[in-house]
Each structure stands twice: as C-alpha cells, then as structure tokens.
Design a protein around this ligand. Structure first.
Ligand SMILES: [Zn+2]
Length: 125
C-alpha cells in the first residue's frame, strides 16, 4: 500500500469513526433525554398519588361516605411501575452504549465500533 492509499484509508476510517461516534452520542443524548422525561413524569404521578391520599386522610365523612381514591391511586401506581421498567431498560441501553473495549494488540481502552486502534493502528477483531 503506497503512502497516499494509507492516508486515504486512515481518513476514511476516521470519518467513519466520527460518524459512528456522533450517531452514538446522539443515541446517548436521546436516551438521557428520555430518562429525564420519564423521571419528571414519574414525579408528577407521585405527586398526584400524594394529593389523592391526602384527600382521603383529611376528608370528613358525609352521608355519601368517605372519599376513596383507591382505584385512581392503583392506576397511578401501575403507571409508575411501567415507567420504572422503561427507565431500567433505558439505563441498560446507556450502559451498553458507554461500554469500552480494549485494543487486541496494545491493550489501550478504545470505543466499541472502532476498526483500528488509534494508538498502534492494529485492526480490531
Ligand atoms: Zn492498540
């Protein structure tokens, strides 16, 4: 391989790497954003449960009976359980995206998806 071919290859690898990294960072940012939204949504649900329970505890019994928000609170609890599952799934996805691997030759830490080691240039398996 002549020098120019070698450089072209390095450039195309770098561009490929940059594109992959940008895609990945976008992915991580997207997932982080999703988790923030889910947590905020969950806080709202917790607050709603608190209000409903407060109404129950502070209600004065009338001829119609007492306030019973059990059905509403149960539905909100189910929604929180579903959100928790979504947050866990997103966290696992984040952990996977953040995982590093090591160069097969020199052993430095490199990002997954890299074809060549940036330090020693060895092609990765
Ligand atoms: Zn290396």
């Amino acid at each position: 391989m002549d020098v120019w071919n070698d450089i072209s290859k390095k450039i195309s690898d770098a561009v490929d790497y940059t594109a992959k990294e940008t895609g990945k960072l976008t992915g991580i940012a997207k997932i982080k954003y999703k988790v923030v939204n889910l947590r905020s949504k969950r806080s709202g649900l917790y607050e709603e449960i608190g209000k409903l329970r407060y109404e129950e505890l502070r209600s004065v019994p009338t001829d119609d009976g007492v306030i019973d928000n059990t059905i509403e609170i149960t539905a909100l609890c189910d929604a929180i359980t579903a959100i928790n599952a979504d947050i866990n799934a997103a966290s696992e996805e984040l952990a996977k995206l953040r995982k590093f691997k090591h160069c097969v030759s020199c052993g430095i830490r490199i990002r997954p998806g890299m074809s060549f080691c940036p330090k020693c240039g060895t092609k990765q398996a």
